[in-house]
Design a protein around this ligand. Structure first.
Ligand code: IMP
Ligand code: MG
Length: 174
């Protein structure tokens, strides 16, 4: 049995998504950006965010793996699903669920940067800065969160709990 408790309610998350969507709509007006979601965790945030934008955008996804199972990063990132859309000369905005050590993002920014986008920025719903191993720029942040293991709003523990509407702290698993 796993137990979890709510840290940020779905309602507060939705307010924050609206706020971020407003900023992005202003900053990227007339730029026709491409939003690149990092699977699997970002699928919920991506779906909520794009429906609150007031500008046209394109969407693509990449899938990276660093967590093999459980709670700790393996320290090794690999590309599981490549990008389909050419991003050379495009305004690219990476959509992440949570930034933890920064390893995944650093790998992805390097991969995308080599394809010469016109601009490259990052939007993450949650940020755990106390866990950072690599310095990575996060341009839009929803919530700064403490050093805990979270589930819900797209985040999983062994593929469970992604569909919870709230951000929850995973308390124990047996
Ligand atoms: P990083 O490479 O250590 O920054 O980890 C990034 C990825 O690990 C995130 O995109 C998540 O998919 C996953 N992750 C990091 N922290 C958590 C957490 O608290 N719960 C669930 N997944 C997490
Ligand atoms: Mg992720």
């Amino acid at each position: 049995m796993s137990t979890y408790r709510v840290l940020i309610t779905g309602e507060d998350i939705q307010k924050k998504v609206s706020e971020i969507a407003g900023k992005i709509s202003t900053d990227y007006r007339d730029r026709h950006p491409i939003l690149i979601g990092v699977l699997k965790g970002s699928f919920v945030f991506m779906a909520d965010l794009v429906r609150k934008l007031s500008i046209p955008v394109e969407i693509d996804f990449v899938q990276l793996a660093s967590y093999e199972a459980g709670r700790e990063t393996s320290g090794c990132v690999r590309l599981v699903r490549k990008l389909e859309t050419p991003v050379k000369g495009r305004h690219v905005l990476v959509i992440e669920d949570i930034v933890d050590s920064g390893l995944t993002l650093s790998f992805l920014l390097d991969y995308l940067g080599r394809q010469q986008p016109a601009s490259l920025k990052v939007c993450a719903m949650f940020d755990k800065p106390s866990r950072r191993n690599i310095d990575v720029p996060v341009d839009y942040v929803g919530f700064t969160v403490p050093d805990e293991f979270f589930v819900g709003y797209g985040l999983d523990f062994n593929q469970q709990f992604r569909c919870l509407p709230d951000l929850c702290i995973l308390e124990e698993q047996n």
